[in-house]
Write a protein that binds this ligand. Structure first.
Ligand SMILES: *Cc1c(COP(=O)(O)O)cnc(C)c1O
Length: 375
């Protein structure tokens, strides 16, 4: 059997991308914005429904940054962020010279803990400053506790930026992730469920917000025959070539979701009867995950590391869970509210290969590592 490396999550072409890329070349729209971008936004708008508007950008990170700008987050403002996430959720807070406040996970979805969220909000208000925004993340495709988290945000009047970068195609109580927040973001990075090679989208609630987002993403050019600027701008717009890739990729979104959910069933079967392993599963039928990545918890940190090494020796990629942001050198001086649940998940957790194109032979090799390790 071939020993080709098996990766956590790889992109896969649909076969439809070239048509749109060629169209871009033929019409000489080899730049940012353009017909493919408009069409890509329209298709995403259809996907998310009439009440939503989409701005296609060059990354999920820029989408979070623009959301913070639209919310007026400035120097010294405080912004709440889930601690267990990829750094891209939190970095834009620092781009605005704002202060991140990190919130622990709860142990059922591993996402932002509603109790600690409320404790943090109350504490900051007591200290004299109400947080400007909450960044909540649907980690690995699993929705956070939307009802609980949004009830708290509403009670204190704090807007939510819904980081749905990993959860395109996931739903909570039948409603699509990305639609719950005051702002939603998705990512089309190469490792996500569909890709534009690099790209992202900001999901907003009005045409005005969409226009404002595109304004900031295209260097804040004001209406004038010359270039006129009163506000700081960014070069964040999606390119017409990337949008072409996205249009081709959208055609296999449902297929990819199905493949990844089948990977989950494969792991369920593979770990059956192995008591040392807890495969992460959705809490109940309210939570529908795209299973962007399958994750497990082992008994101890040592066992986790040994299991990771066993995969590595078979040339199979696996990776610890996201290291909580409040433990990262860059962020450790900022406030943290929690009970170290994310820390313990980080110690014992492992992400497993979950690509939409995971082949039968790959699964056999993965199963072999599992079998040899636990027997
Ligand atoms: C990938 C990712 C992002 C950022 O997306 P990019 O398109 O890579 O900038 C943000 N948040 C989370 C949780 C992610 O996994």
């Amino acid at each position: 059997m071939s020993n080709k490396r098996i990766y956590l999550s790889l992109s896969q072409e649909s076969g439809f991308e070239q048509k749109y890329i060629q169209k871009a070349f033929k019409s000489n729209w080899i730049t940012s914005g353009g017909p493919n971008v408009d069409e890509f936004e329209n298709e995403l708008q259809d996907y998310f429904g009439k009440k939503k508007f989409i701005a296609a950008l060059n990354s999920g990170t820029s989408a979070i940054h623009i959301a913070l700008i639209l919310l007026g987050v400035k120097d010294g403002d405080e912004v709440i962020c889930q601690t267990m996430t990829f750094s891209a959720s939190a970095n834009p807070i620092l781009y605005q010279n704002a202060i991140p406040l990190f919130i622990d996970s709860e142990s059922e979805t591993w996402n932002i803990c509603p109790e600690n969220l409320e404790i943090a909000i109350k504490d900051r208000i007591k200290k004299g400053k109400k947080p400007k925004a909450i960044i909540a993340v649907h980690l690995y495709g699993t929705p956070y506790k939307v009802d609980e988290v949004h009830a708290i945000a509403d009670q204190y009047g704090i807007p939510i930026i819904e980081d749905s970068a990993e959860a395109f195609g996931s739903t909570y109580k039948g409603k699509k992730c990305g639609k719950f927040g005051d702002f939603g973001i998705i990512s089309f990075n190469g490792n996500k469920i569909i890709t534009t090679s690099s790209g992202g989208a900001l999901i907003v609630n009005s045409k005005e917000e969409k226009n404002k987002a595109i304004f900031y993403a295209t260097q804040s050019k004001e209406k004038a025959v010359h270039y006129q600027h009163s506000e700081l701008g960014y070069n964040y717009r999606m390119s017409n070539i990337c949008a072409g890739i996205g249009l081709g990729q959208l055609k296999i979104l449902e297929h990819n979701i199905l493949s990844r959910r089948n990977n989950h069933l494969f792991y369920k079967e593979a770990f059956k009867g192995i008591n040392d392993v807890e495969l992460f599963d959705n809490l109940n039928e309210d939570f529908f995950s795209n299973y962007w990545l399958n994750t497990i918890l082992l008994k101890t940190k040592e066992q986790r590391e040994n299991f990771r090494i066993a995969f590595e020796e078979a040339n199979i990629e696996s990776r610890p869970l996201w290291k909580p942001m409040h433990l990262q050198p860059l962020f450790k001086r900022y406030p943290y509210y929690g009970n170290n649940i994310a820390e313990r998940l980080f110690e014992r957790g492992l992400c497993l290969p979950s690509g939409s194109n995971l082949k039968q032979q790959d699964k056999i090799r993965i199963k072999e590592v599992i079998f040899n390790f636990f027997n």
